[in-house]
Design a protein around this ligand. Structure first.
Ligand code: C5P
Length: 198
């Protein structure tokens, strides 16, 4: 069975948690595509040229332990505006999406560019202040500065020419600002069950 769930949205909206939980519940494979861009950003910080860093990306690059930081997120969104970087990562993501047994991919352009024919698309969002507070609880740091970084990163992701962050026309939008994670996962799962049943 090929069944693709595409999950997009801004930083810290809850995409990762919802994706992981859906993958667990329905036995789908899960790909955090942000990690690909974070790993490319880290290689570029080490001196590798961006397109080359994306073309030579290996599974081992995704296991670096410095990829979750705010700095890695900013570095990712800077390399993510480069069309050659995005192009180099397309096929890997599409192959992952079409593996047998079902797949969940989360990112910024999954429902719009990578998997426009996905069986189900979600756009997970939340107010910037709520997202900044979640990141602060997760990673620590200065909450006001985190908010500024999130706003800056969202604006770069939404305004870039190639594959900007936006909800696909046929995406189910879930705003997690005032929704506990259990409720958000449950809402998403209802849609997956319905789509699988149909
Ligand atoms: O989701 P995460 O915060 O790990 O993503 C880091 C950055 O990678 C994003 O801010 C965005 O610029 C980029 N990205 C992207 N397309 C994706 C996933 C992530 O441009 N599909």
């Amino acid at each position: 069975m090929i069944f693709t769930v595409a999950i997009d949205g801004p930083a810290a909206a809850g995409k990762g948690t919802i994706s992981r939980r859906l993958a667990d519940q329905f036995g789908f494979a899960y790909l955090d595509t942000g990690l690909l861009y974070r790993a490319v950003g880290a290689k570029v910080a080490d001196g590798v040229e961006p397109a080359k860093a994306a073309e030579t990306l290996r599974a081992a690059d995704l296991t670096r332990d410095d990829l979750r930081s705010h700095i890695a997120g900013q570095a990712a969104s800077k390399v993510a505006v480069i069309p050659e970087v995005r192009r180099a990562l397309v096929q890997f993501q599409r192959d992952f999406a079409r593996q047998s047994g079902g797949a969940v991919l989360d990112g910024r352009d999954i429902g719009t560019v990578i998997c426009p024919d996905a069986d189900l698309k979600f756009f997970i969002t939340a107010r910037p202040e709520v997202r900044a507070h979640r990141r602060y609880l997760e990673l620590g740091g200065d909450e006001a500065q985190i908010l500024n970084e999130i706003i800056e990163r969202d604006s770069r992701d939404m305004s870039r020419a190639d594959a900007p962050l936006r909800a696909a026309d046929d995406a189910v939008v879930i705003d997690t600002s005032d929704l506990g994670i259990e409720a958000a996962v449950a809402e998403a799962a209802v849609h997956v069950t319905a789509r699988l049943g149909g």
